[in-house]
Design a binder for this molecule. Structure first.
Ligand code: HSE
Length: 420
């Protein structure tokens, strides 16, 4: 018999305990051993958790319990779980965590501490989708050319409603919070940080990249307007918040941002709270993984897959790379990212203005692909919408700064990247 201790009995923890009990027969058949939850840890013992397991409010009761074989960390936060996971590993226990923030900051240290002990984290990325297993094992024969994913259900839910129903940003965010998709602090979702944690975890397995969220390009969906949505529709794009990882020579681009993508691509059709990740391997070609990225049972399904894997004896380096055998790939500086861009700006509607704008872009080597001019409520001001050919991020940032200084340009210039 294998005994589990769970740190954190919230929605996911309660689902783990309940599924292990309700589906015990099939789980035992697959794992080869009976798996039982010995105890769980909560902050407030007086709240009903809807579980039949023994509860404590002291995490030490789990991490120091000699009978517990596997510690499941579902607490959230970074510092306290780091200390407890470290302690559990030092006590010789296997660990399963769903904590993406913990891994975004400490995955390489934890891999070091774990040594040969299993430290698994399927539920940390894209909830119920078995993307970690797919990358660590299923695609291990491949060099990964690129990965692209909808890794935040809240953003996808909001964008779907804004694009399909013309919903207002604030209303729809409130709805996502009420439905329980959003993080406690929703700026984590809409600002792209939640997705960046997941992207960094995937990038470690695919490329051995040891980057932190601060090192990569992260932008949210806060500045998208109905003008952008209408433009995207007119020119055959969908707008999605994507996590993107791309191998370019010996470098890897890592970025999270709102992206215009062709409306007929598979990932463009992923709507609502669902997540999806496409991975292109050099041998297998393109594969795609789709499913629920959040929710108690879906996330618990991923947690239990790790438990079963551990019980079966699955070992191996946590991140897919052993120390000293890294891939040799390095994070590409943000400035060197090369892609196509969409620009939205308001200008004085008078002769010569368009020429000023296009020649300013030309000075930075930026070539225009399409252009649209729209009137505004103020007849003296026009809206200009451009897409550009591929150029460097640094050139685009410099061009935006230069355009912003022109007298004929009014207000902020909005930019979105395009991936084809
Ligand atoms: N807030 C996250 C989302 C939940 O919206 O996808 C899972 O990490």
């Amino acid at each position: 018999m294998v005994k589990i201790g769970i740190l954190g009995i919230g929605t996911v923890g309660a689902s783990v305990a309940n599924i292990l009990e309700a589906n015990a027969d099939i789980i035992e058949a697959r794992a080869g051993k009976k798996i039982v939850v010995k105890s769980g840890v909560v902050k407030n013992l007086s709240k009903d958790r809807g579980v039949s397991i023994k509860l404590s409010d002291n995490p030490q009761d789990v991490v120091n319990d000699p009978e517990i074989d596997i510690v499941v960390e579902l607490m959230g936060g970074v510092d306290e779980p780091y200390t407890l996971v470290k302690q559990a590993l030092e006590n010789g226990k296997a660990v399963v965590t769903a904590n993406k923030a913990l891994l975004a900051y400490h995955r390489y240290e934890l891999q070091e501490i774990a040594g040969t002990l299993p430290l698994m984290y399927e539920a940390s990325t894209a909830g119920g989708i078995p993307i970690i297993g797919a990358l660590r094992t299923g695609l291990s024969a491949n060099h990964i050319d690129s990965m692209q994913g909808i890794m935040n259900g809240t953003c996808n839910y909001m964008l779907t409603k804004m694009i399909n129903e013309g919903a207002q940003y604030d209303e729809i965010l409130k709805e996502a919070q009420e439905l329980g998709y959003a993080e406690a602090d929703p700026t984590f979702d809409v600002g792209g940080f939640d997705a960046s944690h997941k992207l960094l975890i995937l990038a470690s397995i695919a490329y051995g990249i040891d980057a932190k969220p601060e090192d990569i390009l992260i932008e949210g969906i806060e500045n998208i307007t109905s003008t952008d949505v209408d433009f995207a529709k007119e020119f055959g794009y969908e707008i999605k918040s994507l996590g993107i990882a791309k191998k370019v020579g010996n470098g890897v681009e890592l970025r999270v941002h709102a992206t215009m993508i062709p409306a007929d691509s598979m990932i463009a059709k992923v709507d609502g709270v669902m997540n999806a990740v496409t991975v292109i391997g050099d041998r297998v070609g393109e594969t795609m993984y789709y499913g629920p990225g959040a929710g108690g049972d879906a996330t618990a399904s991923a947690v239990i897959s790790d438990i079963v894997d551990i019980v079966r004896g699955n070992q191996g380096p946590m991140l897919g790379y052993k120390k000293g055998l890294e891939s040799g790939l390095k994070l590409l500086p943000k400035e060197e990212i090369v892609t196509q861009y969409y620009l939205r700006l308001e200008v004085d509607d008078q002769s010569g203005v368009l020429a000023t704008i296009t020649s300013s872009l030309g000075e930075f080597g930026i070539s225009i692909e399409t252009m649209l001019q729209k009137p505004t409520k103020d007849e003296k001001i026009a809206k200009l919408l451009f897409t550009t050919h591929r150029c460097k991020e640094s050139e685009m940032q410099e061009a935006i700064t230069a355009l912003g200084k022109l007298d004929v340009v009014r207000g902020e210039i909005a930019m979105m990247r395009i991936e084809k």
